[in-house]
Design a binder for this molecule. Structure first.
Ligand code: SAM
Ligand code: SF4
Ligand code: SF4
Length: 385
């Protein structure tokens, strides 16, 4: 196994100035909003905390996120009212899906209050919002019922293997698999489905868990998604040789299971979907499905319709961005909702990010320059996955 390399990069994350409406790309009320590459704004991911009770080596390695690590002070977090105000503006621009994330979102105190506020919002077409949450599952058994009652529609649970030793090594806090499985069961009983399970595959660490995970979840109506280990942030010591390409994961699964490719459920879907065939050779949706998120080997930037709002109210347009836009100051300046909406429209209409596509066109040793050279890339635990 290769040695972990943690680069020490100390520059603070910088803010970008909120652009004025440009003559080439101006949004008017009632018009569909698109960016410079003609991508609509459809999904909003909101990080509600930068803290986590796990120390997954690929996300918050213990060596960096130790007792001395400075998390955001309470005063700089967006309040629930501020998040809801921001969400209302994003919805006015076409957002139909909101995912709460983090850090570990279930660590945010009284999260159900935020959920009930967001659940009260409607899309531009008057439909209920697709309101979901990604969690490590550690607190789900305790909270699933309350989350459902508050208006959460469904959950995605991260789980990197079924073997306790492997999983504990990956979460690095000795957390057992059984408690996450209990959380998934509680979510199912509470009606927080269809449930997705995310497994980050790291070569040399947990690829032996791929088949056991698929065998376990086949028949449970769950979508099990394999995520390529990504070069997000600046602390996980990412190396290309630890990425297991989705094509290899799929071939391994096909050596044992009969699978059929499925159409994307919507534009901008991050996962390539596959279904299970039953004994008669027919697709059986009740068995669940598999998904492959190939952020490294198969860029999906051309359909990327996601914006990310950090815990402290910065707007990021790409997971690999080095800079964000300070929406918090705008929200706290008590300007009109109209002004906030127009500012977000100006930002989105001038967006041209496509990091993964550019990375795939370059040799791997030049991607550091692509991601801003020595500028610090934003951490996954800060921006939300
Ligand atoms: N704590 C929650 C969790 O783990 O589900 C939510 C936040 S976490 C940052 C969101 C997702 O990002 C998780 O599914 C996690 O596995 C994934 N993730 C984090 N770091 C990653 C990396 N380097 N490559 C690929 N996926 C990563
Ligand atoms: Fe925490 Fe999720 Fe990151 Fe793991 S992936 S350290 S659970 S935020
Ligand atoms: Fe979207 Fe950036 Fe990922 Fe491309 S690299 S899919 S633009 S988040």
């Amino acid at each position: 196994m290769s040695e972990r390399v943690i680069p020490i990069i100390t520059q603070p994350l910088a803010n970008l100035a909120i652009p004025q409406a440009s003559s080439s790309a101006t949004w008017h009320h009632g018009q569909p909003l698109t960016d410079m590459l003609n991508r609509p704004l459809h999904d909003l991911r909101i990080s509600v905390t930068d803290r986590c009770n796990f120390r997954c080596s690929y996300c918050m390695p213990k060596e960096v996120f130790d007792n001395n690590y400075q998390y955001l002070p309470q005063s700089s977090l967006l309040t629930f009212e501020e998040i809801t105000r921001a969400a209302t503006s994003f919805i006015a621009l076409g957002v139909e899906k909101i995912r709460l994330t983090g850090g570990e979102p279930l660590l945010r105190k009284n999260l159900e209050i935020l959920i009930s506020q967001l659940a009260g919002l409607q899309t531009l077409n008057g439909k209920p919002l697709d309101l979901t949450l990604t969690t490590n599952g550690s607190l789900l058994a305790r909270k699933a019922q309350t989350l459902k009652a508050a208006g959460l529609k469904r959950v995605t649970v991260s789980l990197d293997g079924l073997d306790d030793a492997v999983f504990k090594r990956m979460n690095d806090v000795d957390f057992p698999v059984s408690d996450v499985l209990e959380g998934i069961e509680a979510a199912r009983l509470a009606g927080l489905g269809p449930i997705k399970v995310n497994m980050v595959v790291k070569r040399g660490t947990n690829e032996q868990e791929i088949l056991p995970m698929a065998r376990y979840f086949r028949g449970q109506g769950v979508a099990l998604r394999f995520i390529e280990y990504m070069d997000v942030g600046a602390t996980n010591g990412w190396r290309m040789n630890e990425v297991m390409p989705s094509a290899e994961v799929l071939a391994l699964l096909q050596s044992e299971m009969s699978l059929i490719p499925l159409n994307p459920s919507q534009t901008g879907e991050t996962a390539e979907r596959w279904g299970y065939l039953n004994d008669q050779g027919e697709h059986d949706p009740s068995l669940g499905e598999l998904g492959f998120i190939s952020s490294v080997t198969k860029a999906f930037c051309s359909d990327c319709n996601r914006a990310r709002l950090t815990t402290e109210g910065q707007l990021y347009l790409c997971l690999f961005a080095t800079q964000g836009y300070d929406l918090k100051t705008l929200i706290r300046s008590h300007g009109s909702a109209e002004n906030l909406t127009q500012s977000i429209a100006n930002i989105w209409s001038q967006r041209s990010d496509r990091y993964s596509e550019l990375r795939s066109s370059l040799p791997h040793d030049t991607t550091r320059e692509l991601a801003g050279g020595t500028q610090r890339k934003v951490e996954m635990s800060y921006i939300g996955g």
